[in-house]
Ligand binder design. Structure first.
Ligand SMILES: Cc1ncc(COP(=O)(O)O)c(C=O)c1O
Length: 299
């Protein structure tokens, strides 16, 4: 397995990253300033949850990255030793419980053309950081989110479905939400239909039926969203993938968001509307957890 130098003793408490297959101290890791990821945001990333040294739904994340890389003509073919490299990175960082693992892939050094030319040497960096689950009180309170009124998703951009390194629209939206006193924001598309949050997909129970914006609205189809839809389909209680205006949220029974780290997290407030009920969201969270525990035991 391609790794870096031997890990020094515990007196050297470093943060380690993997750069192009070699594990090195983060302080010593280098990329060229001509990296296309830095110059143009020309690349992709994945954020995943690891528990006890193993990444949940790793193959699904790698498949999404493979498909995105194919769309953008960036070579990405992780070796069979890739999961072991992540495991070693988690170990060297002392992350034996819950952690977030982020893979960043760029086209590599800029060679001239301002097009998505195929590069022979992409850049691949893996980060592993500690991550704490929200405690039960935090979960019960839910997120406070606002509907973003100005910044819109462009469902015709050609890149909505990709998890690209160019995260500025989401960062800007999240910053605006923060200034208005909210933790997250819901983005609409140009036609005013609900899309997603800045770092999560959204679901709502409406008139007893679970709904989520359709991918065609212009959103990143999340891995957690896909797994939840699969679970519901398998149980014969499919969620509806819909196109809905923001105004429907006020009349929803329960709202929640999904992403790989939070999994299923309730929404407690959308602007002036409060959502105190949790029964259906709690039930789905429990089903989701028991499904992933059958795939990846907690031990
Ligand atoms: C914009 C956006 N939508 C949706 C998601 C949820 O995706 P996943 O479930 O794959 O983490 C994320 C995750 O970070 C995101 O950034």
């Amino acid at each position: 397995m391609p790794t870096g130098t031997m890990k020094p003793g515990p007196e050297k408490a470093e943060t380690w990253v993997a750069v192009n297959g070699r594990i090195v101290p983060e302080a010593e890791a280098c990329l060229t300033p001509s990296d296309r990821g830095f110059l143009y945001g020309d690349g992709l990333f994945e954020t995943m949850k690891a528990r006890h040294g193993r990444v949940d739904f790793l193959e699904k994340h790698l498949d999404r990255m493979r498909e995105g890389a194919r769309d953008l003509a960036i070579p990405f073919s992780p070796a069979p030793s890739f999961p072991a490299l992540i495991q070693q990175l988690l170990d060297w960082n002392g992350l034996h419980e819950t952690a977030s693992v982020k893979i960043c892939l760029s086209r590599g050094t800029h060679k001239g053309p301002l097009s998505l030319y195929e590069s022979a040497e992409p850049t691949l960096v893996i980060f592993a950081r500690a991550w704490e689950e929200p405690d039960p009180d935090r979960w019960e309170r839910g997120l406070e989110i606002t509907v973003e009124k100005e910044i819109r998703q462009n469902r015709f951009s050609g890149i909505c479905h990709l998890k690209t390194l160019n995260y500025l629209p989401y960062l800007l939206t999240r910053t605006r939400a923060g200034h208005a006193g909210f933790e997250e924001a819901i983005l609409l598309n140009g036609e005013g239909s609900l899309c997603e949050c800045t770092a999560a997909n959204i679901f709502f129970f409406r008139q007893g039926q679970l709904e989520t914006p359709a991918a065609s609205c212009g959103l990143l189809p999340g891995i957690t969203r896909a797994v939840l839809l699969e679970i519901l389909d398998g149980n014969g209680t499919p969620a509806r993938e819909v196109t809905r205006p923001a105004e429907i949220l006020a009349a929803c029974e329960e709202i929640f968001v999904t992403n790989s780290l939070l999994e299923i997290m309730p929404v407690g407030r959308v602007d002036g509307h409060h959502f105190p009920r949790r029964e259906q969201t709690r039930e789905l969270r429990d089903r989701f957890r028991s499904f992933r525990n059958t795939l990846y035991s907690d031990a």
